[in-house]
Ligand binder design. Sequence first.
Ligand code: ADP
Ligand code: MG
Length: 570
Amino acid sequence: MSSDADTPVLRNCIRLPLPEDELLEVTAKAKDYAIMHGAAMRSKTAFSPDSLNFAPFVLVPSSFPRKEFEKAVALQPIINRLMHNVAHDEEFITTTLAETIKVDEFTANLFNIYRKVLAHGFTQKISLGMLRSDLMLESGCPELSPRALRPAAGEDRGQAAAAVGAAAGTATVGTGRNKEQKQMQKEEQKEEEERKEDRESQLSRATGERDRRAAGVPSAYCCWKQVEINTIASGFGHLGPASKTIQRFVLSELGHADKLHNMPDNNALAGLCDGMVKAWEIYAKPKAVILFIIEDVSYNICDQRFHEFYIRETYPHIKVLRRTLTEVHREGKLGQAKELLLGSLEVAVIYFRAGYEPGHYHSQAEWDARYLMETSLAIKCPSIHYHLAGTKKVQQALAQPAVLERFINDPEEIKAVGKIFTGLYSLDDNEAGNASYEMALRTPERFVLKPQREGGGNNVYGVDIPDALKRMSRVERSAWILMDLIHPPLTKGYMVRPGGDMPPQIVDMVSELGIFGVVIGDAEHIVHNYQAGHMLRTKLSTANEGGVAAGLGALDSPYLIDSDDDDQEN
Ligand code: ADP
Ligand code: MG
C-alpha cells in the first residue's frame, strides 16, 4: 500500500534466506511450538470449539529501532494520563463528537448512554483504562528532514573526519635524523594511516544513517507516528508475549541464542491482568467476580482465556465469568446499591472484549445490557467515557494545535506527545472540514479515511477515497476523519500461515507496534498508571490493514537495533 522502490529497508536480525532444509525443519517445529504455547486461534473457515490453528507468525523477529521503541515505552504513562483526562472532560467529548453523532448511529448510541449516565451521576467513579497505543515508524518523518538533522556541535561527520586527519597529521610531525628513525617513522605513519582508515570506516558506518537522512533519503531508523489509540478490547496481551516466545525458540534453534538479549521483555499479560486485579481490590468485596464481555463466537480465544487462566492461577480467590451482551441482558440486574448481579454473583470489574462494533449489538437488548452495566457499581474497562475518548474523532481533535495543553501541564510532555501525531483532519461540515475534503480529492494517495469504528476493515485508502467521499452528503462526512498515510520502512522475512506455502517465501513486510498502558482512577485522582508491555503485528507491505484474526497480519515481536550497529554482524 504505502511502500515504493524508495522505501528504506531495516536490516534483518539474521542473514536470510535460510538454507531450504533448515527452513523447512525450523518452520515445522515453530508451528508446533506456536500451537503448544497458545499462539493460536480458532479457524474461521473450519470453526470448531474443540480445535485451534496456530496464529500466523513471522519466523524471526522484525527489527525495530531501539531508541524509538524506548521512546514509545517511556511515553506510555503520559499517554495514559492524557486519555484519562480526556475521558473525564465532559465538555471536550461533547463538543468534539457533536457533529459526528448527528450522522453516526453507533457513536450516537454510545453517546446517549454517556448522556444518561451523566444525568444521573456516575455510580462508580473509578475507571479502569487498559489502553493500547498503536504506532508505525514513519520513514518520511518531517522532523528528520535535512534541515532538522543539522548535527549538534562536535557531531558533524566532516568535522570528525577532519579531526581524525589532524590527529594523523600530528603523529607524523617531526623530522628523522637517521635512516632508522626514518624507517620507524614510515612504519608509524603506515600504522597510523591504517588506524585512520579504520576510524573513518567506523565513523562512516556510525554516520551512514545520518548521511542518508541529510541527503533527503527516507530513513529506516526514523521517528514513529501514532496510528490510533484503543481504549476498548485492546487485544494481544497474551499473543504479544507469545510471539516473543516462538521467535526466541526459533532464533535459538537456528544457533543465534546470542541475539536474544535484543528482544525486549514483554509482560503484557501480567501487566493487564494485574490491572484488572488492582481494580478488583479497589472494589473491595472478596466474593465479587471479574466479568469478561465476549462476542458470540471468540475466534481469538487464546488472547482471552490466557487472561482468565493467569488471573485464576495467580489469584485463585478471584473468579472470572464470561458472558455475551445478550446473556448479560438476560441474567443481569442491579442490586440495592446498584451492584451488578449475575444470578447470585456480584460483579466487581467488567472487562469488555466485545461491544466496540455495531454487529455486537443485535437488538435493543444488548444496548440495554450495556446501559445496565454502565449504571452499575462495577468498575468498567472501559467505562463509557473512556470508550468515547478512544474514538478516531477524539484522536483527530487531540492532534489540533494547542489542544493538548488542555490535558497536559508539562510543556516538555506536550511537545513529546505532539510529535507522535501525523496529520489528522476533520471532515465536519465547516470551512476547515471542506478544505480537508478538497485536499483529499486532490491528493487521495496521501491519505486514509477512517470512520468511528474499531476492529479493522473499516477504513478507505488512497485512490478509493474520492469515490467514497463523493457518495457521502456534506453532513455524512463528519462521521469520518482524514489522516496522513504513514510510510513505514520495510523488513524482509518469512510469514508462516496455516495452510501457507512450505517452505514459506521471503516477503516484504511492515510492522505496527502497540504499547499497552494501564491507568486507574477517577476524575480527580489517578491511583495506578503504568506501561504494560507491547505487541508487534506485521503484514505484507502490499496490504492496507494487518489484522491477525482478519487473516492479513502475523504475530511478531521487536528485535531492537541501533543505527550504528555493525551491518556485517550477522
Ligand atoms: P481499527 O480501529 O479498525 O483498528 P486503525 O486506525 O487501527 O483502525 O486502522 C486499521 C489498520 O489500518 C492499522 O492497523 C494500520 O495497518 C492501517 N492504518 C491505519 N491508519 C494508518 C495510517 N495513517 N497510515 C498507514 N496505515 C494505517
Ligand atoms: Mg487498530
